[in-house]
Design a protein around this ligand. Structure first.
Ligand SMILES: [Zn+2]
Length: 103
């Protein structure tokens, strides 16, 4: 352990660490922005829609809840998918008195 530090610690690892740090910070920023943008563009999957509808997402992940809300506001396709999920026998519609079913 001592040898490792003496041989490469001072003049090889230090600049490399600096470069990694900048790259890591840049990657983190890009990742955060990308996730925000992609999150609202991406279609939530079936499970996410169900959790959203059941209020699980609202309770557990506020950011995700907002994203799905925004997505549903702009995506007719996913509103239709949510409708289909709600109509499914044994689905969340069966437990929620708030839903008007279409038979
Ligand atoms: Zn969608």
């Amino acid at each position: 352990m001592k040898e490792l530090t003496n041989n490469s610690g001072s003049w090889i690892v230090f600049p490399t660490m600096g470069t990694y740090l900048i790259a890591a910070v840049a990657a983190a920023i890009i990742y955060r922005i990308g996730r925000e943008v992609m999150g609202s563009l991406r279609h939530p999957d079936e499970e996410e829609l169900l959790d959203y509808w059941n209020g699980v997402t609202r309770d557990e992940d506020r950011a995700a809840y907002r994203q799905i809300s925004e997505h549903l506001a702009t995506c007719e396709q996913c509103r239709d998918r949510l409708d289909e999920l709600r109509k499914r026998p044994g689905g969340p519609g069966a437990h929620s008195p708030m839903i008007t079913r279409r038979y």
